[in-house]
Design a protein around this ligand. Structure first.
Ligand SMILES: Cc1cc2nc3c(=O)[nH]c(=O)nc-3n(C[C@H](O)[C@H](O)[C@H](O)COP(=O)(O)OP(=O)(O)OC[C@H]3O[C@@H](n4cnc5c(N)ncnc54)[C@H](O)[C@@H]3O)c2cc1C
Length: 398
């Protein structure tokens, strides 16, 4: 057993740092000021290979694997929380679902463009009726026509949906059935009429890389863009969320580390009552608790990637890791809030923004309660978390 990151992963992490310094930090604020999606930055991230780690070479990937995905997602999120989303939309939930469940020709048609950042991705599962119960809440329908389907309904909270070129979207082909009525589709929002995305105002989160409500009115999907069989959509969605938990756990660890680093450096600088506040034991206790929580969360977040790299089902470890990462990020975010005092509310410091992203990631890919339910039902013997094997085409697991 080796707890050190292999050298090539350390170099990968270093390269994300350098990329941030030269390509992201100088350019991202202008996109943010204009509220414009940073296509050029996403394209450069793709070109540099950061989205292709879990894909085979024939699709333009590097086959570096899932631990590499975790390392990249953590570092990118630590440095630029808003770009952390890309590790889902460009590297996992959207393209990996197409690769995992699509035919070779579907994968060839969409994956290379997504992982190279030429095409912007989205993953559209949640609806207004309740993201924690997608099967029960789903009202969007896909009605068969001569040469495909017409989609009607709406989706809620769909990240990148006003910029997306390609997405994976779930709709009911059998509205009477619950889980078994759901099918998955590759959608091309810009190719057809009947698609509209309305940004959801959210304070603290990026206005350039944002989430929207999506409205579909007789939106066409050709037959060849259905993913898997009719009725297989729920299984595809649950599998996809597993890959989402890999990146979301790592992103939470990155945010937690950023909050902790900010707290440590401010505690050493800020002088109150004649000494740096770092010397006050009540703040030291908060920092010590956060350090340990973040270290533990990082180990477990990486364990998801390691488990996937072994070609093993990672559902059990993924729900535990995501839950622990949420706790660690909340603790570190609160510690930063306390250390910064009133300045935690100032836009001059990163604390408010980091906490907004921590809140956001706490609900994404299953809320804290959803993870608690999965963990408790597994350990109580009610539902084995690893009962369904995870499809992992890169590691030949079907
Ligand atoms: C900024 C942002 C971006 C997002 N991006 C995407 C995206 O790109 N694609 C996408 O498909 N979705 C996306 N989501 C949706 C996200 O996945 C959902 O918000 C999440 O699944 C929770 O659903 P909900 O908000 O409807 O909460 P609800 O399901 O209504 O839950 C409300 C509360 O009830 C609790 N609860 C629900 N069921 C149970 C239960 N069985 N036991 C105990 N407690 C329970 C929950 O834990 C929560 O605290 C995004 C959300 C946000 C905020």
């Amino acid at each position: 057993m080796d707890f050190d990151l292999p050298e090539e992963m350390q170099s990968l992490r270093e390269s994300v740092r350098r990329f941030h310094e030269t390509e992201i930090a100088p350019a991202l604020p202008d996109y943010e000021a204009r509220g414009e999606f940073p296509r050029e930055i996403v394209r450069k991230l793709g070109e540099a290979g950061y989205f292709g780690a879990a894909f085979p070479e024939w699709l333009g990937g590097s086959e570096a694997g899932f631990l590499a995905v975790s390392v990249i997602a953590e570092e990118l999120s630590r440095l630029a929380p808003e770009l952390g989303y890309c590790m889902n939309m460009q590297a996992m939930t959207c393209p990996y679902t197409i690769y995992n469940w699509g035919s070779d020709s579907q994968a060839e048609a969409h994956v290379p463009d997504l992982i190279s950042g030429r095409s912007i991705g989205m993953f559209a599962l949640s609806e207004a009726g309740g993201g924690s119960d997608p099967a029960g809440a789903m009202r969007t329908t896909a009605r068969r026509t001569g040469d495909g389907y017409l989609l009607n309904g709406s989706k809620m909270w769909i990240t990148f949906s006003d910029a997306a070129d390609t997405g994976v979207l779930f709709a009911k082909t059998d509205p009477e059935a619950e889980h078994r009525g759901i099918s998955a589709f590759i959608v091309r929002p810009k190719d057809y009429p009947g698609y509209h995305a309305d940004p959801i105002p959210m304070s603290g989160l990026s206005q350039a890389l944002r989430s929207c409500a999506v409205f579909l009115e007789d939106f066409p999907v050709p037959e060849e863009n259905r993913l898997g069989a009719e009725g297989e959509g729920f299984r595809i969605a649950m599998n996809a969320l597993e890959y989402g938990r890999l990146t979301v756990s790592a992103r939470l660890v990155g945010l937690a580390q950023a909050a902790l680093d900010a707290a440590v450096s401010y505690a050493n600088e800020r002088v109150v009552g004649g000494q740096a506040i770092a010397h006050y034991q009540m703040l030291q206790e908060r920092i010590a608790d956060s350090v340990v929580a973040v270290d533990a969360a990082r180990m477990m977040a990486r364990q998801i990637g390691w488990t996937m790299d072994q070609g093993r089902t990672s559902t059990r470890v993924a729900s535990r890791a995501k839950y622990l990462a949420t706790k660690a990020a909340r603790l570190a975010g609160d510690t930063a809030r306390e250390v910064f005092g009133g300045y935690a509310l100032s836009d001059e410091y990163p604390v408010k923004k980091l906490n907004a992203y921590i809140d956001m990631l706490t609900v994404g890919e299953g809320t804290e309660n959803v993870q608690r339910v999965l963990i408790a039902q597994d350990v109580l013997g009610i539902k084995d978390a690893n009962r369904h094997s995870l499809r992992n085409r890169l590691r030949n697991q079907t």
